[in-house]
Write a protein that binds this ligand. Structure first.
Ligand code: PAF
Length: 280
């Protein structure tokens, strides 16, 4: 059965008030739609840990630093609702834009430090947009737990920080990245890849695995990165935004292996920006 689609905060609050009164634990899975198996794994985790599950779908204009990227972002609400049917979620919250950003909206949530590097450096304003909308979604749904993929590892750190800093009573739960059989990390943006680019895209994960192996053999990033970048560019990637080793907790930059290190990459392939990260 398809879940009820809720478009206003008033309707949402009416539903959640009953659940809260009954003492039911509410889980939220924030998304921008174009749902894939990665999102569905978050829904599964939410169903396992909560009595009620809300999936939100909102393509958040504030987190796009490029108008063309916002325009091209896939919008597939009907298919998304069909994909969610077998999970029996309790509500799909697809807020109208004015439910998130009403006239006169003037607040910006900005998490400093964690957002200065990686995608924060490459996409100015992106994480302010994410932090602002996620704060609203946390407060609007009043959920007890929120589920995010490790695929967007920096985002996971940012939302965990903001919930703690703003005393929002929600537990942020990180879930493992889900990959295609050829290793490509699942992402809504993969829908934008042409057939030719789709064949090349798994090279990003392959190169990252090879970089991880070299790090484990004792090599440093300064020694490894030039060849790894050249390999991606030679295969048809247009630009590598970053290929960096960082501490998994505070995201500080590393040159060589240490416990809890993670490798992060973002690269452009025919107009599509792919990102990935792995524990090393
Ligand atoms: O990861 C996403 O899809 C988005 O950044 C999120 C968390 C739904 C906020 O718009």
């Amino acid at each position: 059965m398809t879940a009820p689609i809720v478009r206003t905060l008033a309707e949402l609050r009416q539903m959640t008030a009953g659940w809260r009164k009954a003492g039911e634990a509410i889980g939220v899975v924030p998304t921008m739609g174009a749902l894939h198996q990665g999102h569905l794994s978050l829904v599964r985790a939410a169903k396992d840990h909560c009595d009620r599950v809300i999936v939100t779908i909102f393509v958040n204009p504030k987190q796009f630093n490029n108008p063309e990227d916002l325009e091209n972002y896939p919008r597939t609400e009907h298919d998304d609702a069909k994909k969610l049917a077998s999970f029996e979620v309790d509500a799909i919250y697809v807020p109208d834009a004015d439910q998130i950003y009403p006239d006169g909206f003037a607040t910006n949530v900005s998490v400093s430090g964690l957002t200065d590097m990686l995608c924060g450096a490459a996409r100015p304003g992106h994480f302010d947009g994410v932090a602002t909308v996620v704060s609203k979604l946390f407060l609007q749904t009043q959920a007890d737990k929120a589920f995010f993929g490790e695929k967007d590892y920096q985002q996971l750190q940012v939302v965990t920080r903001l919930a703690a800093d703003l005393d929002i009573p929600i537990e942020v739960v990180g879930c493992p990245t889900i990959r295609e059989e050829d290793g490509l990390a699942m992402s809504s943006r993969n829908l934008l890849l042409s057939d030719r680019s789709r064949i090349k895209a798994p090279l990003l994960a392959e190169v990252m695995d090879d970089v991880a192996a070299s790090l484990n053999d004792g090599k440093t990033m300064s020694e490894i990165v030039p060849d790894a970048t050249a390999r991606l560019l030679a295969a048809g990637f247009n630009e590598v935004d970053y290929l960096e080793l960082r501490d998994g907790a505070d995201l500080s930059l590393l040159d060589s292996m240490k416990p809890d290190a993670r490798l992060f990459a973002a690269a452009w392939l025919a107009g599509v920006r792919l990102i990935d990260n792995i524990a090393v």
